[in-house]
Design a protein around this ligand. Structure first.
Ligand code: A3P
Length: 330
């Protein structure tokens, strides 16, 4: 019998590949989306082995659309009766270490679920690649998306912080500018890790129209606009609504405060800690906290770049009652 790693290597050799030269990494196209080989290994393992439970709450989103924040909020909502406010694990852990990413943490430890005291999990996998057990288990999915222009700017800065690029770019303005433009082209063509972004959003959006009970579809911008409202909505969706007493005590507001950009980014663990992805990929926790603003793209993109992204967006969303940035009716 072939070892799974041999089968995986054989699979890789059959997949379309492109060198994401800015980040010195080969990406492989699998079921319409691009991944580096390690993440793809995790995706396939999830597809083959992950068994969802009807009680699971799965946070899904393209990278840099607000996953860290949403994880913190959902973790705080789910565990609010387990911990005293001053002992909340969010004060000493990066949210990604409290809410595992299926295709990363399941690969590192298939028994990861047994280490949790809650049922919140997460993934960056596209809807169309999720294992059947997720779509048939009756579990719930909370999807977050963000204006593609801000998503790209956040994505670019995040990857720029990774060691490979920082070595290659070396802080030189000329290189940085050209890498921004090159990476922008890649993003627009959908050839970045987990790309194309628009297909990812539309996959979940279309599924949420077919199965509204299974999805809560969120936008980063609406969370910024009215976090308390959305925390209450999240809690209801997670079957953990706030009681009247909790509302009178201001628990939703306290959760919003604990999970705010200012609070999380100021914690020692998030200023100095490291996040282990796999043996060749370790991130500083602070890479997950940059600015947390809406509209930062205006400080980075030329009007032509913004027009190009908006053009792709209106083309791809044509016919759907959906636009980025605008609140979806509660
Ligand atoms: P910026 O790079 O625009 O600042 P993800 O968590 O999906 O990787 O997304 C990261 C983006 O969310 C970054 O955006 C980051 O600063 C922002 N972010 C992280 N924590 C946040 C929080 N508590 N509130 C608002 N935004 C947050």
């Amino acid at each position: 019998m072939q070892s799974s790693s041999k089968m995986f290597t054989e699979l890789l050799s059959t997949l379309p590949k492109h060198n994401h030269n800015i980040f010195s990494v080969d990406l492989y196209q699998y079921q319409g989306f691009w991944y580096d080989s390690k993440i793809l290994e995790g995706v396939i393992q999830v597809q083959q082995q992950f068994q969802a439970l009807s009680t699971d709450i799965i946070i899904a989103g393209w990278p840099k659309t607000g996953n860290t924040w949403l994880k913190a909020l959902c973790f705080a909502i789910a565990t609010r009766k387990q911990y005293h406010q001053t002992k909340n694990p969010l004060l000493t852990n990066l949210p990604h270490n409290l809410v595992p990413v299926l295709e990363i943490d399941f690969l590192n430890n298939p028994k990861i679920r047994e280490t949790l005291h809650h049922s919140v999990l997460s993934t960056h996998m596209p809807y169309t690649s999720l294992p059947k057990s997720i779509t048939s288990s009756g579990c719930k999915i909370i999807y977050i998306c963000r204006d593609p222009k801000d998503t790209f700017v956040s994505f670019y800065h995040f990857f720029r912080r990774l060691h490979v690029l920082s070595t290659r770019v070396g802080g030189s303005k000329t290189d940085l500018d050209s890498s921004f433009h090159d990476e922008f082209d890649m993003f627009s063509e959908g050839k970045t890790t987990n790309g194309p972004y628009w297909d990812h959003v539309l996959g979940y959006y279309k599924a949420s129209l077919d199965r509204p009970d299974m999805f809560l579809f969120m936008k980063y911008e609406e969370l910024v606009e009215d976090p308390v409202f959305y925390v209450k909505k999240l809690a209801r969706y997670m079957d953990k609504p706030f009681s009247l007493e909790e509302e009178l005590e201001g628990i939703p507001e306290k959760i919003v405060k604990t999970c705010s950009f200012q609070s999380l980014s100021g914690l020692e663990v998030n200023k100095t800690g490291k996040y282990y992805v796999h043996e060749s990929y370790m991130l500083d926790n602070n890479t997950f906290f940059r600015k947390g603003n809406i509209g930062d793209w205006k400080n980075h993109m030329t009007p032509e770049m913004a027009k190009r992204i908006d053009g792709i967006t209106s083309e791809r969303l044509r016919g759907f009652d959906f636009s980025f940035g605008q609140p979806i009716a509660p």
